[in-house]
Each structure stands twice: as C-alpha cells, then as structure tokens.
Design a binder for this molecule. Structure first.
Ligand code: NAD
Length: 247
C-alpha cells in the first residue's frame, strides 16, 4: 500500500538512503531538509525512480516553518502516515567548552526539531488510525560519547521522547520506534574525519564487531521494515543498527 512518507534530513546521508528505501517500497516521499537545493536534487532522483516526491526546505527547529512544511506536503502528496526524523547536527566539543548557545542549538535542532515534526505529523496518523514513526537517534544517546555532551543529551532525549509517543499512541494504530546508529558512512561522518574529530575508517572498523562501517542502506532497510504494515506490533523499541558495537 502506498503511503505518504516524510523524511527529515532526507537530502543527505542516512535520510537520503531512507528516502530511497521508502520510495522502493512504493510510498510517496517528501524530502524535508534545511538544505533546500540538496532536497530538490534528492526529490528529483526519487521522481526519476517513478516516485511521487516533493522537496521542502525547512529548519526543523522553527515551529512555524515545520507546520508550513507539513501543510505543504499534505497539499502536494496527501495526509502524512509515515515519518522518519533523521535531521540533526553533530559535533565534538570538550564538555567545559560547550557554550550555552551551542547547547541550545543542539537541543533546538535535534530534540525540539524531532518534537515539532512528531507533533505536526500525528494528527494525520490519528485520523487515519494508522501511523509509523521512526526517529534516528544515536549510540551516543544510549551510552554517552566523549566530547559530545550536547549531542548525546539530545539523542538520549529523542529515545525517551520516542518511547513516550509509542505509549501515548499505541492504541491508535500508530507505532513509534527509534534507530540508534553507531558509525555509518555519511557526509556527516566524513566531515568529522576531515576535521580530525573522528579517526579514519580503518581504526573505526576495529571497534565494530562486524568489521565494517555501517551504510545508509543498513539503516534504511530497518526503517523500511518498521514503516511496513507487518511491523504493527513493534512499538517503543530501540533497534540498534550498529554491527554489534552496542549490545
Ligand atoms: N553517520 C553516523 O555515523 C551517525 C551515527 C549516529 C547517529 N547518526 C544520526 O543519523 C542522522 C543522519 O545523520 P547523517 O550522518 O546522515 O548526517 P548528514 O549530515 O549527512 O545528514 C543530515 C541532514 O540533516 C539536515 N539538517 C541539519 N540541520 C537541519 C535542520 N535544522 N533542519 C532540517 N534539516 C537539517 C542536513 O542538511 C543534512 O541533509 C542524524 O540524526 C545523526 O545524528 C548518524
């Protein structure tokens, strides 16, 4: 069955792979991203794949912009029944050097942004008595991460938020699960490696039992399942996609 899927951060990395996966599953896809140009390109790729796709440039931390973006998706594609939140910022700062401004920006994009998108999507799902929500959190939110106090705190919040939404909406045909990746090859990861904040792939693979970095497709495959009809009894779960790095 074809549903309308919104993917935040859909222009790059994991979000981009998730858009492709949901498009291959036959869904209509809205690519929401702060990088409007990249979102346009991603939507054009999906359209070339035969998918009804739209791009909407939006900063997920902006309440009114998020509402307008979801209204635009409803008008162009229809009511939203699938939401995957992948938009986030990530970086490394020694704990004693995290400024309040930096802390607030991480909270605004990663946690408040997730909240705003969930809140904007849920009324359609309640009306349809069917919905699938997947938040992309992080292993940092499960176990902490050195020099990522701000980022890890937001991702821990995303995990708790997802579990709570799962409880609140479980009897309404709506599931909410979170996927916390560990290290997935993406533009975000490569930026961090180029800045010398993360070691090279050869080192990282040594701490991953599976012996390789994750790929966007590894995460997309799990998202596709969690967004499927078959996954209706899976809710409130933290489904690690990490090559065994966090167990
Ligand atoms: N890559 C990894 O190793 C890894 C590990 C753990 C968790 N994650 C999580 O996976 C998700 C995707 O990460 P990625 O590696 O694909 O990163 P990425 O930087 O490649 O993609 C993130 C996307 O989010 C968009 N974005 C950033 N701020 C935004 C905002 N305010 N509003 C709307 N869009 C915004 C960016 O423009 C970009 O397109 C993130 O939630 C990240 O925290 C990634």
């Amino acid at each position: 069955m074809s549903r309308v899927a919104v993917v935040t951060g859909g222009a790059s990395g994991l979000g981009h792979a998730i858009c492709t996966g949901l498009s291959n599953d036959g869904h209509r896809v809205a690519v929401l991203d702060i990088d409007a140009e990249a979102a346009d390109k991603a939507a054009a790729q999906l359209q070339a794949n035969g998918t009804a796709a739209v791009a909407v440039g939006v900063d997920v931390s902006d309440e009114h912009a998020v509402q307008a973006a979801f209204d635009s998706v409803r008008t162009q594609l229809g009511a939203v029944e699938i939401l995957v939140t992948s938009a986030a910022i990530a970086g490394f700062t020694r704990f004693d050097r995290i400024t309040l401004d930096e802390w607030n920006r991480y909270l605004a994009v990663n946690l408040t942004g997730t909240f705003l998108c969930l809140r904007a999507a849920l009324p359609d799902m309640v009306a349809a008595k069917w919905g699938r929500i997947v938040t992309i959190s992080s292993a940092a939110g499960q176990q902490g991460a050195r020099r990522q106090g701000h980022y890890a705190a937001t991702k821990g919040g995303v995990i708790a938020l997802t579990k709570t939404v799962a409880l609140d909406y479980a009897n309404k045909g709506i599931t909410a699960n979170t996927v916390p990746p560990f290290v997935v090859d993406s533009p975000m990861l490569r930026r961090q490696q180029e800045e010398g904040k993360l070691p090279a792939a050869e080192y990282l693979t040594q701490v991953i039992p599976a012996g390789r970095l994750g790929a966007g497709e590894d995460v997309a495959a799990v998202c596709s399942f969690l967004c499927s009809e078959a996954a209706g009894y899976v809710t409130g779960q933290v489904i690690g996609v990490n090559g065994g790095a966090v167990i």
